[in-house]
Design a protein around this ligand. Structure first.
Ligand SMILES: Cc1cc2nc3c(=O)[nH]c(=O)nc-3n(C[C@H](O)[C@H](O)[C@H](O)COP(=O)(O)OP(=O)(O)OC[C@H]3O[C@@H](n4cnc5c(N)ncnc54)[C@H](O)[C@@H]3O)c2cc1C
Length: 267
């Protein structure tokens, strides 16, 4: 589980490398995706995160974790991020943009990978529940044809405050119409918490999960034999959703004990 499969492996090289920001996209002010040159021999499994470092004005290196949002085969690494006003790393990189130097630590880390959830009894539905930039690892997973092959239905739930914060919306909508090869279909369920005047689903993930509205919007029922869940982003959403799922009989996936739920908290 989680070892880099040979087709995603690029070999070995130094532990920390210096890369450059080569591409930048601002979804709305302060919400952005950026790409850096990919370090030689940098391997990752979709869902894993990279440790990135930028130097502050005093020359100190500030390190933070960022989930990789790009395809395992791309020659860049993409990340989806938001400026945290009281934060350190994100205001710095947001100010510097294309050309900024970014350190990358090897290897990639993390256990929010789909391979752990397709162990065992051939589950059918993969639910990817996210808030804000917690969508990033799922964007990488949707670039992996193995994920499309292992499940029948992929469901991406993306909870944000306003519709303008729905990064990657067009790509996700396109994938619902034209799925990647492998056999699965994608349901995309954007949900808004503070933007009532749109036709999109309204409400917090936890409220929608509890009321049954999430299952209805996705057109898929929760079922222990079929369903597996990945939760990523705001720790309150992650923990409350996990508790609701456990109350319905779903269990945490553990290394030695396969279960239904895998999570990543961003803070
Ligand atoms: C495993 C892992 C993967 C991560 N992947 C991503 C990612 O792909 N994209 C991303 O934007 N962040 C991600 N984060 C969070 C990231 O590491 C930084 O904490 C974040 O980008 C803010 O950095 P900062 O130095 O500006 O603020 P920090 O000093 O790190 O954070 C200050 C405060 O901001 C809040 N905060 C932190 N992250 C976020 C966020 N994403 N959205 C809203 N509020 C936040 C928290 O209250 C935190 O205490 C990840 C964290 C972990 C542990």
């Amino acid at each position: 589980m989680n070892a880099v499969p040979p087709h995603l492996s690029a070999g070995s090289s130094p532990r920390v490398t210096t890369e450059k920001v080569v591409w930048w996209h601002e979804w709305m002010p302060g919400l952005f995706s950026f790409r850096i040159s990919r370090p030689a021999g940098y391997d990752f499994v979709p869902g894993q995160f990279a440790r990135l470092g930028v130097a502050n004005d005093a020359g100190e290196m500030i390190w933070r974790a960022f989930s990789v949002a790009s395809a395992p085969a791309s020659d860049y690494l993409e990340f989806y991020a938001v400026v945290v006003e009281q934060g350190v790393f994100t205001p710095l990189i947001h100010q510097r943009r294309i050309g900024a130097e970014v350190r990358v630590e090897k290897p990639a880390q993390g256990f929010l990978t789909a391979d752990r959830l397709w162990r065992g009894d051939e589950p059918k539905d993969l639910w990817m529940l996210s808030t804000g930039t917690g969508l990033g690892p799922f964007i990488a997973m949707l670039e992996d044809t193995e994920v499309w092959r292992r499940f029948d239905h992929l469901v991406v739930v993306h909870s944000v405050r306003h519709a303008a914060e729905l990064g990657y919306r067009e790509r996700l909508e396109a994938l619902t119409r034209s799925p990647r090869s492998g056999g699965a279909t994608l349901r995309y369920v954007p949900t808004l918490t503070r933007d009532p005047h749109t036709p999109l689903t309204q409400g917090r993930v936890t409220t929608l999960l509890q009321s049954g509205a999430l299952a209805a919007a996705a057109g898929a029922a929760f079922d222990a034999a079929r369903s597996r869940f990945m939760l990523c982003g705001n720790p309150a959403m992650v923990e409350e959703s996990r508790a609701l799922l456990k109350a319905r009989g779903f269990t945490n996936d553990r290394k030695l004990t396969p279960g239904h739920i895998a999570v990543e908290n961003y803070w």
